[in-house]
Design a protein. Structure first.
Length: 51
């Protein structure tokens, strides 16, 4: 149920990428690895300029 909610909350082309992973944990980790960018300089700059 959680996996369906997670995948259905994504844009369809993105959700299809993760649809066949076996567990919700696998989906979550794959998405986090793909879209998490801890070294994203532009986001850091944007946040600092807003302060």
């Amino acid at each position: 149920m959680v996996m369906a909610w997670l995948i259905n909350s994504m844009e369809p082309p993105i959700g299809r990428t993760y649809m066949f992973l076996p567990t919700t944990k696998d989906v979550w980790e794959a998405v986090r690895e793909t879209y998490s960018d801890l070294e994203n300089s532009s986001q850091i700059y944007d946040l600092k300029t807003r302060l």
